[in-house]
Design a protein around this ligand. Structure first.
Ligand code: NAD
Ligand code: 0WE
Length: 276
């Protein structure tokens, strides 16, 4: 799965962009980075804090990237420095990948109404939604007309997923921000889209209590009877960030094996696994 090679091509030849949100080789942002690199893109990466540099540096080097910026999206100085580095090194960029989300662990369990605190709400929306608006504005300042931006979202924005809680609210804000950003940047032919991925085993999905049940349920109840392959998310990102995606903007595109399209699963393994 994650070790598969991407076919080489030229869809991103001559394009340069920033990837935000690689933590390790399982990160969705890393699958996207490899796909874009295989199509000739030149990449820069951000990493969150020194602890992650050890993991991100060899990955960046493996796709020939030597632009690595420490960036915590809650810290304006590191945001300023990241986009200044890009301006100094490249002048212009063509795309932005935003794959960042965080809510306090105490906010991602149990009752939404009881457990969501003012601070937890603020911080989840700041890191997971505002950061795309902020990075998008800074990226647009140095982006060629005709460029594109992509963020990652999840179905918990549209429907209740147990324990996703305030992250669902943050993802709803992220998707709405995507539409407003698309409207503002549309006249410059800059496109802004979101990919709504099904559950994928990454660091961000590892910490969740109900993980086993969620992966089993998604597999059983999706149209394709399988979990989401990060390669499919990377393919969607390639489409949206390349000129294949012309005229597509303000969209939330689901890559989840069709889970979002199902109202009620067929009788079968899922039904049989549930007690009456
Ligand atoms: P991941 O843990 O690999 O990536 C999350 C990234 O967010 C990490 O690189 C982390 O460093 C970064 N981050 C968190 N707080 C930050 C901050 N303050 N400043 C800078 N960076 C910060 O996990 P992932 O699953 O690849 O997550 C990437 C995106 O995909 C997230 O937006 C997530 O919500 C979304 N997503 C994930 C799934 C899934 O099931 N894994 C499904 C749909 C959408
Ligand atoms: O967006 C996400 C996860 C984002 C996330 C993960 C963590 C774990 C560690 C945000 N904040 C934190 N904070 C931590 O302390 N996903 C789409 C993956 C995910 O997370 C869930 C899910 C799914 C799917 C949490 C509960 C229920 C389902």
């Amino acid at each position: 799965m994650a070790e598969q090679n991407f076919p080489q091509g030229q869809l991103m030849a001559g394009k340069r962009g920033l990837i935000m949100g690689v933590a390790n080789k399982n990160s969705i942002a890393w699958a996207i980075a490899r796909q874009l690199s295989a199509q000739g893109a030149e990449l820069a990466f951000t990493y969150q804090g020194d602890a992650l540099l050890r993991r991100v540096k060899p990955l960046a080097e493996s796709v020939g990237s030597d632009i690595l910026c420490e960036c915590d999206v809650t810290n304006d100085d590191t945001m300023d420095a990241t986009f200044k580095t890009l301006k100094d090194k490249w002048g212009k960029i063509d795309f932005l990948v935003h794959a960042i989300a965080f809510a306090g662990k105490d906010q991602l369990a149990g009752s939404f109404i009881e457990n969501t605190t003012r601070e937890g709400f603020k911080s989840a929306l700041d890191i997971s939604a505002y950061s795309f608006v902020d990075a998008g504005r800074r990226a647009a300042e140095i982006m060629n007309d005709g460029g594109a931006m992509v963020t990652l979202t999840y179905l918990g924005s549209e429907r209740v997923i147990p324990n996703y809680n305030v992250m669902g609210v943050a993802k709803a804000a992220l998707e709405a921000s995507t539409r407003y950003m698309a409207a503002d940047l549309g006249p410059r032919q800059i496109r802004v889209n979101a990919i709504s991925a099904g559950p994928i085993k990454t660091l961000a999905a590892a910490g969740i209590g109900s993980g086993r049940h969620m992966f089993r349920f998604n597999k059983a109840a999706s149209a394709m009877q399988d979990n989401t392959d990060p390669m499919g998310v990377a393919g969607a990102a390639l489409y949206l960030l390349s000129d294949l995606g012309l005229s597509c903007t303000g969209e939330t595109h689901h890559v989840d094996g069709g889970f979002h399209a199902i109202g009620m699963p067929q009788e079968g393994p899922l039904r049989e696994s549930m007690p009456d």
